[in-house]
Design a protein around this ligand. Structure first.
Ligand code: CA
Length: 223
């Protein structure tokens, strides 16, 4: 597996290179956002690790640039900023996960493994057609009434979980554990934020209220 590391801090970058290489990854490391963008669009990686505080630009811009170029490689943001807002922003810009510095090597490796596994399993050879929805796991495409809806990786995985479990109330805990494979702090707002993104994107095509909130219980996809 090949990983792109975009990190300006020499110590952290060297540490990442050492830990990842020791665990069997091939690492390409760059020090600024411009080179990160250049590498991301010119080569194929299995995962991208991106620092937010870069010398030439904000990592969120780099993340957006990469997604705007239709590169859906799993992307982990690594940053010293530890506020929910920054996390939600990063995920909003198309990152798949977020790890705060300082981090434990084991946690870093576990997160990388989780996002790359999710990405690959989502690439299985299956298409789900259900009601007005079509989800193609090979092309990672999602359609409503035959029209493409562009979803970020996390939105795609969330929608996939609903499509695999239609017409059933699913609580936040189940979503967190199955979609993100990590235990979310239930006090944070992640899932509601994602649900609102998904609904908004679907609403642009169909006014039907497919994804409903069931008060105090969770969410349900009605098809
Ligand atoms: Ca930095």
């Amino acid at each position: 597996m090949k990983i792109l590391v975009v990190e300006d801090d020499d110590i952290v970058r060297t540490l990442l290179e050492r830990v990842l290489t020791r665990n069997g990854y091939t690492v390409v490391a760059v020090e600024d956002g411009a080179r990160g963008e250049e590498m991301a669009v010119s080569d194929n990686f299995d995962c991208i690790i991106l620092d937010l505080g870069l010398p030439d630009k904000n990592g969120l811009e780099v993340c957006k640039f990469i997604r705007d170029h239709n590169i859906d490689t799993p992307l982990l943001i690594l940053s010293a900023y530890n506020t929910v807002n920054f996390k939600v922003n990063g995920l909003d810009f198309g990152a798949d996960d977020y790890l705060t510095k300082p981090f434990e090597n084991e946690e870093l490796l576990a997160r990388i493994e989780a996002i790359t596994r999710r990405y690959k399993s989502g690439k299985g050879n299956e298409v789900i057609e259900l009601g007005d929805f079509t989800m193609d796991f090979i092309k990672r495409e999602f359609m409503v009434n035959g029209r493409d809806v562009f979803l970020t990786n996390s939105e795609f995985d969330l929608m996939a979980y609903f499509l695999k479990n239609p017409n059933r109330i699913i609580d936040s805990k189940e979503l967190a554990e199955n979609v993100w494979e990590i235990k979310f702090d239930t006090k944070t707002n992640y899932i509601n934020v994602y649900m609102s993104y998904l609904r908004k994107k679907i609403k642009e095509i169909s006014p039907k209220n497919y994804l409903q909130t069931v008060r105090k219980k969770g969410f349900i996809l009605n098809v």
